[in-house]
Design a protein around this ligand. Structure first.
Ligand code: ADP
Length: 255
């Protein structure tokens, strides 16, 4: 990204050549801007739960602790906010590890039904709590990939599907193969994503509805992690969504 200019200049009546190197700093400046924005976002994400925790603790210390019912309610809120802080920090660590590019990818033979059944077991309680019907089907039985990383992708997508699907809805995973490619789809009958937001949901901390996402305790990093992990596994991820009808995340593993 250097431009080289050679221009003749006059010095003591002689013409000599002068070499000028020009470096385009646009990229560096943009990276600095991205970094500054990221730090501002992280600070904000950390500050929100801490402010809330501090407020509830101060109210308890001011005397509210004498009322057992209020104390229990406040402790539950504090517990929820600390859970959110913990998830945020774990997600930040994961994301920086993935983005560092030092991730070791295993090539394992995976039985897809086993992987999907594990997802079912991990989320069984939450499916029941929200009366969500979960199912999976696969027209291929095996694929080669990294089990832990594929699980992390599916966990994040199913976790979102649960958060953004109203009670009584459906969530399903389907997979199949085509011309040596493997396609896995995570689908829900949830609130959907407005078209104008679809291009941005994989950005760190980008949320369609800030209030709803905070309420559900999300870190805002789930899809950024999914996108990076999919890239590390040589896969592409696409979204199809219809407002109030549902969303499909489609991951295509190239052969
Ligand atoms: P969050 O912690 O906010 O869920 P994510 O990175 O996982 O962060 O998701 C980014 C945003 O994308 C969410 O805030 C939500 O607005 C939207 N989103 C993700 N998955 C779904 C889904 N299955 N249905 C509707 N909206 C979704």
């Amino acid at each position: 990204t250097y431009k080289v200019l050679i221009i003749p200049v006059k010095e003591n009546l002689k013409i000599i050549n002068c070499v000028i190197l020009i470096k385009d700093l646009t990229y560096v400046k943009n990276m600095e801007k991205v970094k500054t924005e990221l730090i501002a976002n992280i600070s904000h994400e950390l500050k929100t739960p801490i402010t809330s925790i501090k407020g509830f603790i101060e109210t308890l210390l001011d005397g509210a602790f004498k009322d057992e019912e209020i104390t229990l309610r406040f402790l539950n809120i504090i517990d929820f906010e600390i859970g959110r802080l913990y998830r945020l920090i774990v997600d930040l660590i994961n994301l920086s590890e993935i983005e560092s590019g030092h991730l070791k990818i295993k090539n394992e033979k995976l039985k897809l039904e086993e992987v999907f059944e594990e997802i079912n077991l991990i989320f069984k309680k939450r499916f029941e709590e929200k009366n969500l019907e979960f199912s999976y089907k696969s027209s291929i039985s095996e694929m080669i990939s990294d089990r832990d990383k594929l699980m992390q992708i599916l966990i994040n997508l199913v976790d979102n599907a649960i958060k953004y699907t109203p009670e009584g809805g459906k969530i399903w995973i389907e997979s199949g193969g085509q011309n040596g490619e493997v396609i896995i789809k995570v689908c829900d009958t949830g609130i959907g994503i407005p078209e104008e937001h679809i291009g941005r949901i994989f950005e760190r901390f980008y949320r369609v509805d800030k209030a709803r996402s905070r309420e559900s305790g999300g870190s805002g990093l789930g899809l950024a992690i999914v996108k990076n992990l999919a890239g590390a596994l040589g896969a592409e991820i696409k979204v199809e969504s219809r407002l109030n009808q549902g969303t499909k995340f489609i991951i295509t593993f190239k052969s």
